[in-house]
Design a protein around this ligand. Structure first.
Ligand SMILES: Nc1ncnc2c1ncn2[C@@H]1O[C@H](COP(=O)(O)OP(=O)(O)OP(=O)(O)O)[C@@H](O)[C@H]1O
Length: 296
């Protein structure tokens, strides 16, 4: 299977602080991947390394097999929508599409961008600084897709959008990538959105990779167990206790399984949110769901 993005022991440091460290992962081509982690986990740093805006301090990053930093050939294959979707505010959408054609001479689908913007009712002749946040995000996405990138990187593209605009943005994204086969890596704190659109997951925590893999496999191999108070003894069918909470007589465990679980435990299926929150929680400590935009 082709790999769209691959990192090996990748690290980036600011002074004495590692923003990303020992990051080894691969993202197969054609996936729509969620990049998740608390504030400051290193998500933007990873995206900036992948798009060649930052040079690694350790290890390697490759896009389609090529290190992106200083490599203009591979840059033409990458679309990037940065946080807050910065666009020149005085330019109209039409002017930005024309400018895109000048900057991307080898591969630029201006018709695609214009058609998308017309379908969304975005005025082509209004300065983008005067559009709504949702409209600006759609312009940024249309410009990124017009590059016909092999890899599309989106850094919290829906953070400032209302729920309807968010849904429209993600639907537009899914429609386009389904047609083009583009690989997507999308960072967001909105776990419920990600569960709907992503089929691959990368979780970062404190500059390191916590979890990576296909969503289907990760959800299938985790379970919640409820049973008598657990004191750390091995449980049949369980390879890892990711998170545990206890009362005097009962324990609730989120675990990784590799087969049928000891019938002394009641076994429940879990959602992607459950898996992510468990891996980001610290052992026996509760994670606040509210911090993730998820009702507690
Ligand atoms: N230009 C910089 N100079 C110094 N430190 C930086 C710089 N950019 C990022 N950092 C630090 O690197 C770490 C990772 O930051 P990064 O922006 O990658 O996190 P993030 O996961 O994208 O966070 P958020 O969810 O808040 O956007 C943080 O500790 C941050 O303070």
């Amino acid at each position: 299977m082709d790999t769209a993005l691959e990192t090996d022991q990748l690290g980036k440091r600011y002074g004495d602080t590692w923003a990303l460290r020992d990051c080894s992962l691969h993202l197969p081509a054609g996936r729509v991947a969620a990049l998740v982690g608390p504030n400051g986990a290193g998500k933007s740093t990873l995206l900036h390394l992948a798009v060649g805006l930052l040079r690694p301090d350790a290890g390697t990053v490759r896009v389609a097999g090529v290190p992106p930093y200083d490599n203009t050939d591979v840059l033409s294959e990458i679309g990037f929508v940065a946080q807050e979707t910065p666009l020149y505010p005085d330019f109209t959408a039409e002017e930005l599409v024309t400018m895109g054609a000048r900057l991307n001479r080898r591969r630029w689908d201006g018709t695609l961008a214009r058609t998308r913007l017309a379908q969304l009712g975005i005025p082509p002749d209004k300065p983008v600084g005067k559009l709504s946040g949702g409209q600006r995000a759609q312009v940024a996405l249309a410009l990124a897709l017009a590059k016909r990138p092999r890899l599309l990187l989106l850094d919290e593209p829906v953070a400032s959008l209302d729920p309807l605009a968010r849904r429209e943005f993600l639907q537009a994204l899914m429609g386009s990538v389904a047609e083009s086969g583009t690989t997507v890596l999308l960072s967001s704190h909105l776990l419920a959105d990600l569960e709907r659109v992503c089929d691959y997951l990368i979780v970062l925590h404190a500059a390191q990779v916590k979890l990576v893999g296909p969503v289907e496999d990760l959800v299938a191999e985790h379970r919640q167990l409820v049973g008598p108070r657990h004191h750390g003894e091995p449980i049949r069918g369980v390879t890892e206790v990711v998170r545990a909470s206890h009362t005097d007589r009962q324990s609730t465990l989120l675990v990784r399984t590799d087969g049928p679980v000891d019938p002394a435990w009641t076994v429940h299926e879990v959602t992607l949110e459950d898996v992510i929150l468990a891996h980001l929680a610290d052992g026996e400590t509760q994670t606040s769901n509210e911090a993730w935009g998820v009702p507690a």
